[in-house]
Design a protein around this ligand. Structure first.
Ligand code: MG
Ligand code: MG
Length: 248
């Protein structure tokens, strides 16, 4: 079932997403060689609580941390810990917040210091692919218009789209219908409507699209251990087009 949000509810979701966006802005400044992923996680939790929110991932299906932190070949769901970030790494940070009954969800991948040319290309492509998808999130379009736009943007540069994980509706639950795949055929899928709020989140790999889960039960890595990036915004569909809620 698709749950449409009223204007008031969208404003509440903007408030939750603003907390996530503030956390992400803070983390962007802290991502550097020498910092551990656990330090970033603690910082995020403090900031969320100080702003009156609750970490959304903590306790979700037994996950024990505030952030998912995914370094290099990790696609998503990396667990914060002792890992020290090094010059040349890329680090995907995914953050969810519950505030006033509604969820916010936002992810970004950052370079650590100076990164390889290929990493830079992949990062730039991930961001572009996300915005290509967001541009299609309008009430005139269909769901897979978003999906195809993301896919085309990524694949035209020779990168591959992860199929095993997808975006989602979001609201009073972290994951609502519909699923928002990052691949598909434009002109198909459900009709988009004002009041839908979608977390659009391409995961794009340097090599194969295939992934596997490590024995910790969470960490998703590329099968070929090449790089992966993840970019996500929570986006409301309005009469006036897409409204990115997770942006300051
Ligand atoms: Mg997320
Ligand atoms: Mg999400």
């Amino acid at each position: 079932m698709i749950i449409l949000k009223s204007r008031d509810e969208i404003e509440k979701m903007r408030a939750s997403n603003r907390i996530v966006a503030h956390v992400m802005a803070l983390l962007r400044e802290q991502v550097r060689p020498g910092v551990t992923t656990a330090e970033l996680d603690r910082l995020a939790e403090r900031e969320i609580v100080a702003r009156g929110g609750q970490p959304a991932f903590k306790g979700y299906r037994g996950f024990r941390h505030t952030l998912c932190i995914s370094v290099n070949e990790v696609v998503v769901h990396g667990i914060p810990g002792d890992r020290v970030l090094c010059e040349g790494d890329i680090v995907g940070i995914d953050c969810g917040v519950l505030h006033d009954g509604f969820y916010g969800d936002h992810a970004w991948t950052f370079p650590v210091g100076k990164v390889s040319e290929n990493a830079r290309r992949l990062l730039a492509n991930g961001e572009r692919s996300l915005y290509a998808g967001i541009a299609k999130a309008t009430a005139e379009n269909r769901l897979y218009d978003i999906s195809e736009a993301v896919q085309v943007e990524a694949e035209q540069e020779g990168f591959s789209i992860v199929r095993d994980y997808v975006g989602h509706g979001i609201g009073k639950s972290l994951h609502e219908e519909p699923q928002v795949p990052n691949y598909g055929k434009a002109g198909t899928g459900m009709k988009l409507r004002a009041g839908m709020v979608l977390a659009i989140e391409p995961m794009i790999n340097e090599g194969t699209q295939e992934t596997e889960v490590l024995t910790d039960g969470w960490t998703v890595v590329t099968k070929d251990r090449k790089l992966s990036v993840h970019f996500e915004h929570s986006v409301a569909i309005t009469e006036h087009g897409p409204d990115i809620l997770s942006k300051l």
